[in-house]
Design a protein around this ligand. Structure first.
Ligand SMILES: O=c1ccn([C@@H]2O[C@H](COP(=O)(O)OP(=O)(O)O[C@H]3O[C@H](CO)[C@@H](O)[C@H](O)[C@H]3O)[C@@H](O)[C@H]2O)c(=O)[nH]1
Ligand SMILES: [Mn+2]
Length: 711
């Protein structure tokens, strides 16, 4: 065990975190297993290369395609080994942090919350997240919360004003009764009666206050406008006097609570965290770079207001579920031995709203436990020089884009001269002192919880955005292999590439789920006979890989049903989101298309929610991605029926020998697509597949089948 890197001699301070590999036996077994699978993959490649059909026929082309797909799958599988080869777990020692540092020695923290649309991201949800991070178990005078509102909405601003008042009750309440989670929405949704340590009177009073807040905010939001009385009472609204729209407005910055002012105290007389509303300047003709542009502006604005050495970023729905997350992160940053090298602490993306056996495979336990986590919170520190970090550029899409926005934006989004303090904006351009290392931390009590999409259309769009972003990075000079060369280990480079190359799985997968099935109805064999020796590596690789994947899911706490659903989602995403992501990436390289950011909606209507709870896929309005999805599903259904009946009628079961694996593949694809057939043929509700999708799919599928049977 490497206990945080203690190297000889007596340390004045003990390590604040440990890096452990507790499952040595399991790791050894995994490596053995991986060795056998790799041998199987090599044999498959060998078989393909040595059994090439004679030239001049369709079969040869189909065969070469199989070879290409299998080469890719094999290579990609090797990449995925990297995240499993030597798994490590991090543990923090917050008690030691408390022994090593007095509260007032701890660094201050700037917390950035991003929101972009009051309709898709209801203000009440946004301020609950803001309140949850204001109420961190941390000295309030060291907390500075910035809300970036890309909609420049006065509704969101109003809600934040309300939150700034509510916070004065909420924060002391949270501290006194050790409330968890500290998002009022989440807390009151989970706790319906006063817990033992709480005086019932105080608890109900708090609940009443929260209810009033909700009613006030929601009624203003529903009406869509700010009542005159409020408008004249709150000074900040004057910035909305002229006509402004979400895409065209000057910069707006309002300090709602100034932590430096004496009067900024809560009901117990304690200091309050600084709270700032910011809507950066937007003009229709200027690229604003979406969330990345916001972070960029947030860095500038915060550097003239609080300029904390630590930055934390959450989405507006990602509330803090663990009031100690900042202290956990500090255990990494302030560790005497290794803290200097750590630039980021990343938490996995966990969801609050997912049900058991979620049909979309949203509870990505395996991804969180096994792979590198999807970023949701990034904390950065440049402790060595005490200045603001130059944000690392290759970890995730949004962070990378900060670099783009930076160069692209000539104008200051905020006139910084107006602000007290004279810290140089140049601080932000400081280059990193050394390598930027990132640690991934997945604590027992989840650090953050957000809203997962519960509609297939939304999920596919979201994944398209992610994979496109990852691919964009992987093919740029910020790719882990270029930028990381010599700085991070090969294993880590490969680990990043697992997500980095998600998109490239699209073509091989699409090939694998169409061509073998089409060849099946045509009697063209693409796999070894069942009795042949070459059959064994194919069978072994498939069975071993899927059993291992199932075992891994079960071990990480997913159910078998969730595993199966997740497999379906992989298939669907690979053939739709990833495919379009790759195509759009190519289009962008050719200069025909631009980056976009389609927001995931954080509210869903009640009927849709019911369907989600019942495990029914929600399709919604027409999307070209559904056409691909249903075409693949219908094609395989047709191939299965035609192929099997043809052989049973003409040649008896014996004819299967050479087509056995193709038949199995086809049946599996049909099995995994059952919810799609249900949505196509049986269901008739609003969430089901639009009939236009079915029609277009049939138009695609029929000619393919006819063409392939044509002799
Ligand atoms: O123009 C924009 C668009 C989005 N956002 C914010 O970006 C965040 C993420 O958007 P969301 O629609 O929730 O996307 P998700 O796919 O759910 O977010 C995941 O994927 C994003 C990258 O695509 C990461 O930035 C997020 O941290 C990660 O949770 C939200 O707070 C938005 O308000 C902006 O501030 N400005
Ligand atoms: Mn989100």
């Amino acid at each position: 065990m490497d206990a945080g890197g203690v190297s000889g001699g007596r340390q004045r301070r003990s390590p604040l975190f440990a890096t452990e590999n507790p499952r040595r036996l399991a790791t050894a077994a995994y490596r053995l297993y991986a060795g056998t699978v790799f041998a199987g993959i090599l044999l498959i490649w060998l078989y393909r290369a040595t059994h090439l059909p004679p030239s001049g026929g369709v079969r040869r082309w189909a065969w070469l395609g199989m070879l290409a797909a299998e080469l890719w799958f094999g290579f990609y599988w090797v990449l995925t080994l990297s995240v499993r080869w030597s798994p490590i777990y991090r543990r923090t020692f917050k008690d030691r942090l408390a022994q090593s540092y007095n509260e007032d020695q701890l660094p201050s923290v700037d917390i950035f919350v991003c929101t972009a649309d009051p309709a898709a991201e209801p203000p009440m949800l946004v301020i609950s997240t803001v309140l949850s991070v204001m109420a961190y178990d941390y000295l309030p005078e060291k907390l500075n919360i910035y809300l970036s509102d890309d909609a420049g909405s006065e509704l969101t601003f109003y809600a934040l004003c309300e939150a700034s008042e509510f916070a004065k009750h909420w924060i002391p309440f949270c501290n006194k009764y050790k409330v968890e989670p500290r998002s009022p929405i989440a807390y009151f949704a989970g706790v319906t009666s006063p817990p033992d340590i709480c005086g019932p009177k105080e608890w109900f009073a708090m609940k009443e206050l929260y209810k009033d807040l909700t009613d006030r905010v929601n009624s203003v939001v529903t009406s869509g406008r700010i009542p005159e009385v409020l408008r004249s009472n709150i000074r900040g609204f004057s910035q909305w006097d002229e006509k402004i729209t979400s895409s065209d407005h000057p910069s707006i910055v309002q300090i709602l609570i100034d932590g430096n002012k004496q009067k900024a105290v809560d009901i117990d007389g304690n200091a309050c965290p600084t709270l700032v509303y910011m809507a950066r300047e937007k003009r229709p003709q200027e690229q604003h770079h979406f969330k990345a542009g916001s972070l960029n502006a947030l860095i500038r604005v915060s550097s003239v207001i609080s300029n904390s050495p630590i930055i934390m970023n959450v989405d507006c729905d990602m509330y803090s579920n663990n009031s100690e997350s900042i202290r956990d992160a500090l255990c990494f940053f302030l560790d005497v031995e290794q803290g200097q090298d750590i630039g980021f602490v990343q938490y996995p993306q966990n969801f609050e709203n997912v049900v058991h056996n979620d049909i979309y495979g949203n509870p990505i336990n395996v991804v969180n436990e096994v792979s590198i986590g999807v970023e949701c919170v990034t904390m950065a520190l440049d402790a060595s020089i005490g200045e603001r970090p130059y944000v690392d550029e290759f970890i995730v899409q949004n962070i990378r884009k900060i670099g783009l926005g930076w160069q692209g934006e000539k104008k200051m989004p905020v006139s910084w001269k107006e602000w007290p303090g004279h810290l140089l904006l140049a601080h932000m351009n400081t280059t990193p002192s050394g390598e930027l290392r990132s640690v991934y931390y997945n604590p027992e009590r989840k650090g953050f919880l957000g809203m997962a999409s519960t509609s297939l259309g939304q999920i596919l769009v979201q994944h398209k955005r992610w994979t496109e972003g990852f691919l964009q990075i992987s093919l740029s000079r910020y790719s882990p292999f270029l930028l990381g060369c010599g700085k991070i280990k090969l294993g880590l480079q490969m680990g990043y590439s697992v997500c980095g190359f998600w998109a490239l799985n699209s073509f091989p997968t699409l090939y694998y789920v169409t061509i073998p099935s089409l060849c099946f109805i045509n009697g063209i064999s693409l796999f070894p006979e069942r009795t042949s020796h070459w059959f064994k590596p194919f069978a072994y690789v498939v069975v071993a890989a899927y059993s291992c994947s199932l075992a891994e899911s079960l071990q990480c706490g997913d159910s078998a049903v969730e595993w199966w659903d997740a497999q379906r989602m992989w298939l669907i995403r690979r053939t739709t989101s990833y495919l379009l992501a790759t195509i759009d990436m190519i289009r962008r390289l050719l200069g025909i298309s631009e980056s976009g950011f389609t927001l995931t909606v954080k509210v869903s209507d009640l009927q849709a929610l019911e369907r989600y709870k019942k495990g029914m896929m929600e399709f919604g309005s027409f999307s070209p991605m559904f056409v691909i999805l249903t075409t693949v599903a219908l094609l395989n259904l047709t191939c299965m029926v035609l192929g099997i009946s043809r052989f049973l009628l003409q040649e008896g079961a014996g004819g299967f020998e050479t087509l056995f694996l193709q038949a199995v593949l086809c049946v599996l694809i049909v099995a995994i697509n059952l919810p799609v057939y249900e949505a196509l043929f049986i269901r008739r509700d609003k969430g089901s597949l639009p009939t236009s999708v079915a029609h277009v799919s049939i138009c695609f599928m029929l000619p393919l089948c006819v063409l392939s049977i044509w002799k």
